[in-house]
Design a protein around this ligand. Sequence first.
Ligand code: ARG
Length: 580
Amino acid sequence: MRELINEILSLVAPKLQSLGFEEGTWERLVGPSTVSGSLSDVAMPCHSLSPAMRKSPLDIATEISSEISDCLEGIADVSSLNGFVNFSATESWLSTRVENLAPDSRLGVSLDDQRVIAVDYSAPNVAKEMHVGHLRSTVIGDAIVRMLEFKGHIVHRENHVGDWGTPFGMLIEHLLDIGEGEVAGEKGISDFDLFYKQARTKFDENPEFAERARSRVVKLQSEEEETLRLWNVLVNVSTNYFNEVYSMLGVLLTDEDLMGESAYRHLLPNVVDRLTEIGILENSDGADVVFLGGNWVNRDGEPFPVMIRKADGGFNYSTSDLACIIDRVERLGCDDLLYVVGTPQKQHFEMVFEVAKRSGFMNQEHRAVHVNFGSVLDSDGQMLKSRKGQNVKLVDLLREAVTRAELSISEKNPDLSGDERKNVARMIGIGAVKYSDLSSDRTKDYVFDWDRMLSFEGNTAPYLQYAHARICSIFSRSGIGRESTLGTRIQLNTPEERALAKTLVTFPEAVDYSTAGLYPHRLCTHLHSIASSFASFYEVCHVLDEDDEVKSSRLAMCDLTARALSLGLGLLGIDCPERM
Ligand code: ARG
């Protein structure tokens, strides 16, 4: 109710001033009504004004309410209760707002002052399985990218894949042992975790292999041609696999967005030089480190360093992230750097950001945020694993989602057949997986539950998609075109219509609130309230068998609801079928 609050503030200000309320003392008290089930939309608690005004909150609220009613005529009805001034939007104010939304394809969502933003997300590791943490990063990151772009920002998608470092010595040697043809062929690597584990075991148990692996690392670091070629074979099988997952998920990531650790390898010595020049690099047992001091201590209370270059000359994950900051700020001209990475990397990012600030790689104007997220749990509250106790293979998980969705729609709507059914099953299955991830506060762990996420009830993708499809079918059954609702005069005669109207006019603020905090679940919560207000509306309000004016108004409300749902789900990267 942002718009209503702004109108109230500007219209009542002169009056309150004349009553002796000083500017700056009362404005912030006017906010959305927080009492659940309350009939008012906006409230102003007067308790804190009591000492200065030397009156009881009750008297203040009564006085304000009777004095300002007139200036809000036609906008809000004003009353007072228990020291609160309560404002409820009038029918005419609300219906005008709804009418204004109709011709706007953005449904009232404004553009922000443009910033250049790097969103670092997905970032799986080459020659390893993508795990559910990468699924979260991919889905949350993608939604954030879409929301920021919609708000008018320039967004650089950065897929910081783990594709460089000492493990590649043993991985390349293992590749050679198995046979390059095998790996590079049709089948690729069917089990990345197994591949990695086998290489590791040989490295630990077989000194000859370990020796080969070590000298391979040296060759890789000196960029010997044949070694780079073999490394590329591994990178390619992995990125093909990542792409398969991305295309099933329907996320925006492409090969153009690949900017893995290897892409920064030539910049690493430069990081060392710059840190040395600034004078913050210290030598600790032969390694180059930065001590941040202050609270940066390990569990034993000893100073905890940021490792820049190990004693053996190898660089660290942090060094690569520092090079990455320099690149994003200086080459891409980014204002904001967002990292959609699990909560366990919290300290890593805090320390890297701190080093970057102290070294001048970022200044006050830059904003670096670790957009952290919790774990995916199974129904017993354990980390989600496959039946065999391994990491869940994401392609399997996504295929299962689609199969389950197909089963459920074949029961619900036997009319859908062939390709249409397959396509709808994909939208519902994948939508369900994405939405169940996005709809819970990302900073918390969430439970992966097939039945709940695919349910047509509750805060789920199928529930929202179903509301959308239902509206599409109202139009298709009646043969009335959606565009014919444009310019319709809106009437809000029932409480259900008013409730639905409120969720529609507050859609822009939900998008803003969600985008500003980088919390997709806030948008989900709002979309769910649109869909459930629509369900109540549709239960009590007849649409097609009403007289013309009521019918047009209700059809226009239906159209707007469907547009808000599909726009909102679209911002989350979820498709909306027209039939299901
Ligand atoms: N590859 C890392 C992992 O799987 C995530 C990288 C995140 N991005 C970054 N710039 N550090 O944990």
